[in-house]
Design a protein around this ligand. Sequence first.
Ligand SMILES: NC(=O)C1=CN([C@@H]2O[C@H](COP(=O)(O)OP(=O)(O)OC[C@H]3O[C@@H](n4cnc5c(N)ncnc54)[C@H](OP(=O)(O)O)[C@@H]3O)[C@@H](O)[C@H]2O)C=CC1
Ligand SMILES: CC[C@](O)(C(C)=O)C(=O)O
Ligand SMILES: [Mg+2]
Ligand SMILES: [Mg+2]
Length: 337
Amino acid sequence: MSVETFYDDDADLSIIQGRKVAVIGYGSQGHAHALSLRDSGVDVRIGLPEGSKSRPKAEEEGLRVLTPAQAAAEADLIMILAPDTKQAKIYAEDIAPNLNDGDAIFFGHGFNIRYDLITPPSTVDVAMVAPKGPGHLVRRQFVDGKGVPCLIAVHQDATGGAQALALAYAKGIGGSRAGVIKTTFKEETETDLFGEQAVLCGGASALVQTGFEVLTEAGYAPEIAYFEVLHELKLIVDLMYEGGIAKMRYSISDTAEYGDLTRGPRVITASVKEEMRKILGEIQDGTFAREWVGEDQAGRTTFTKLQNEGAQHPIEEVGKKLRGLMSWVDRPITETA
Ligand SMILES: NC(=O)C1=CN([C@@H]2O[C@H](COP(=O)(O)OP(=O)(O)OC[C@H]3O[C@@H](n4cnc5c(N)ncnc54)[C@H](OP(=O)(O)O)[C@@H]3O)[C@@H](O)[C@H]2O)C=CC1
Ligand SMILES: CC[C@](O)(C(C)=O)C(=O)O
Ligand SMILES: [Mg+2]
Ligand SMILES: [Mg+2]
C-alpha cells in the first residue's frame, strides 16, 4: 500500500497523557473526543461560550467546562471541534491571544487550514486527527472496545513532535485500534467534502428519496417502499462494510445480482459521473468553501429552507412510524452525549 498506516503499537499514549487538552465544542465529534480522551487518562477541559446548549451535556458527564478563551489559555493542546464556519472567529478571538510557543492546535477536519481561513503562528504545532465516521459512532465504537479509522496530518511541526502527538491523540479516541492513515490537510479536506457531498450524504440521500418517490408515485405502499429503499440499505451496506461489494453480491440472489450489474449503471450514468467531477472541481478550486462560508454569514437562509424541505419529505413520516415498532432500531443519537 502506498499510504502509511499506524496501529496501537505505533502510538505512545503517554505523550497525550502529558498534555493539557482543550476540546473546543461539545457536539458530535467534541463529545466523542472529550469523553474518550478522558477515559484514556488524558487531562481534558471543554471550551464553550456562556449559554451554549452543549454546556449541560458536558457538565452532566463531569467534565470541566470553561469559556473557549479560558480553555485555550489553560491548555497546551487545543482541538477545535466547533462548526467549520465558526472556527475562524473562535480562533481569532479566543485561541490566538492565548497561544504560547510550543502549543498545539488540532483540527478534526482540514477546512479552515486548506482554505486559508486560519493561519496559526509558526511557533505552534498544527495537526489534524480526523475520524472517518460520525462522532456518535466514534464514541460508541470506543466504548465497545473498537475504533473508527482516523486520518492524521501535520501542517506545521514547530516542536518536532507533532506527528507523535497526533498519533497519541488518535490512540486516545480509539482510532489506532482500527488504523490511522497519514495524509495532508489538502487531501483530507477535498476527499472528505467529496465523499459527503457526492456519495455518503448527498448521493445516498438523493438516491433513497428518489427511489421512494418512484415507488409511491407508482401506487406502492409507503411502508413497503420505505423498507425497500431505506431500511434494507443498511443491511446491504453492512455486507459491503464487512467484505466489500463482492461479499454483498455473494449474499444476494442471482436475480438481484443480475439486476445490480445491468441496471446499476443505468441509474449512475456517465452524466452522473460527470456531475461528480464538477462537484470535485468546485471543492478543489474553493467555490464550495466560498459558497458555504457566504451562506453561513448571510444567515443560512437557503440551508434552513432545504433542511426543512428534507425533514418534510414523506419518507420521514413513514420511517418514524416504522422505526417506532422496532425498539432496536430507534436508538437515540444523544445516548452517547
Ligand atoms: N459530525 C461529524 O461526525 C464529523 C465532524 N468533523 C469535523 O468536526 C468539527 C465539528 O463538527 P461537529 O462535531 O459536526 O459539530 P456540531 O455541530 O455537532 O457541534 C458543534 C459544537 O460547537 C459548539 N460551538 C458553537 N459555537 C461555538 C463557539 N463560538 N465556541 C465554542 N464552541 C462552539 C456547539 O455548541 P452549541 O450546542 O451551543 O451550538 C457544539 O457543541 C468540524 O470541523 C467537522 O467538519 C469531522 C468528522 C466527522
Ligand atoms: C460523512 C460526513 C462527515 O464527513 C463525517 C461524519 O465524516 C461529516 O462532516 O460529518
Ligand atoms: Mg468525514
Ligand atoms: Mg466532513
